[in-house]
Design a protein around this ligand. Structure first.
Ligand code: LLP
Length: 385
């Protein structure tokens, strides 16, 4: 996130707003493209992280597919130009309407999360005289060691088909005439920073592919999901996620036939660092033990600190050499409405602008209008004069 030359323009924009550094987005995409060049790897951008059209268009233009988790995300993906054959549809609770819609669009794959879901898709495909292309989302029971609310690949999580239920699926398989199981899908969690977790996942996948082979099911692809973490502590130093190591681990440890394609669903690592929430200091309040900076953005724009105890780096654009320790809090009537506590930053006053960094993923998409607040605008670096 590079704010150089943008501050003057920021002064005229209604706060809070989201600012997207489109050059950083492109640099991030370029790094991914360099890592997957000359491989059979395919990246589907996980739209749940951010669905703003300029970002989607840029991602699409660079040749990535889309990973959607609702009928409306599929609609949005198609509307910005993603092709149906580049769209995967995941989600533990797909509605009948969403399944019918996705079948009508003839998307690349449904990532199925339960036996019952496969049966329903089979029925809907039968009515349409179609064969639905399916990947089984398996729960590999690998601990990603991330926050418990964004852990998905443990057997206690609601996601995926338990490995214990696989044999029941193999038994039922011949009965499903309108389903073609082409792949297996995994997603162990999000904001995963211990990259060795993906080695563990690859080893689990290697065994499972052999198991499918034994059962006579010829898989054509593996989908390893997303989850690669970003550096929330030092985003300026590490604006791009460690893609080299991440893809390198998969190249080295996934031992499947070279004819199989390998798919990824990266969300946060693509868009997380290019977005910032820009907010203005409304009031300062110095207490006995705490100095508050009360800003006009809040948990309605960025709920991650309140929901996942997430850390986001905060900087003040106030021009001064003085520093002070602050709790940076929002205006919402909730004690959990804060962005950071005990943060040392530039001495700031009413009217100064503050940036909450690394807010490109899971911020604007999770916004609400609690307290009947207005929605924050989006500002893109390439549209600022
Ligand atoms: N694929 C599946 C099946 C997923 O469930 C997710 C994220 C992704 C891909 C993309 O994961 P990523 O590369 O972005 O980590 N709101 C939370 C994150 C929720 C992630 C949900 N699933 C947060 O703010 O941390």
């Amino acid at each position: 996130m590079n704010f150089e030359g943008k501050l003057a323009a920021f002064q005229g924009i209604k706060t809070p707003f989201f600012y997207y550094d489109m050059e950083l987005l492109q640099a991030t995409i370029d790094e991914v493209k360099a890592c997957i060049k000359d491989t059979n790897f395919h990246v589907h951008y996980a739209m749940k992280a951010n669905v703003n059209e300029p970002l989607l268009k840029q991602i699409k233009k660079n040749g990535f597919g889309a990973d959607c988790v609702s009928g409306n995300e599929i609609k949005r993906a198609l509307s910005v130009g993603f092709l149906p054959e580049d769209i995967v549809f995941a989600g533990v609770g797909k509605s009948d309407e969403e399944i019918a819609y996705a079948l009508d669009q003839d998307i690349f794959a449904f990532n199925c999360e339960s036996l019952q879901e496969i049966e329903v898709i089979n029925e809907f495909a039968k009515e349409r005289k179609q064969i639905a292309k399916v990947a089984l989302r398996l729960n590999p029971n690998v601990d990603p060691e991330t926050h418990q609310y964004i852990t998905t690949g443990l057997s206690e999580n609601k996601f995926g088909i338990s490995l214990d239920d696989l044999d029941a699926i193999f038994d039922q398989f011949p009965k499903w005439k309108h389903i073609r199981i082409e792949g297996i899908h995994f997603h162990i969690g999000s904001q995963v920073t211990k990259l060795e977790k993906y080695i563990e996942l690859c080893e689990r996948v290697n065994d499972l592919v052999l198991h499918f082979d034994d059962k006579g099911i010829k898989l054509t692809y593996i989908n390893l999901g997303g989850g690669l973490g970003i550096d929330y502590e030092n985003p300026e130093k590490n604006p791009i996620a460690p893609f080299k190591e991440y893809f390198g681990n998969v190249k080295k440890h996934l031992k499947v036939s070279p004819e199989m394609s390998i798919h990824f669903e990266l969300g946060r690592s693509i868009v997380g660092q290019c977005g910032s929430l820009i907010t203005k200091v409304l009031y300062t309040k110095d207490g006995a033990s705490t100095n508050f900076l009360i800003v006009d953005g809040g948990m309605t724009e960025l709920i991650r600190p309140a929901l996942y105890q997430a850390h986001h780096k905060i900087i003040s654009f106030a021009e001064t050499n003085l520093e002070k320790k602050y709790d940076v809090v929002g205006p919402i009537c909730e004690t959990s409405d804060f962005f950071g506590k005990g943060i040392t930053m530039n001495y700031s006053n009413r009217g100064d602008l503050i940036a909450i960094l690394s807010a490109g993923a899971y911020a604007q998409v999770m916004a609400s209008n609690y307290n009947l607040r207005d929605r924050a605008e989006s500002v893109y670096s390439d549209q600022l004069t």
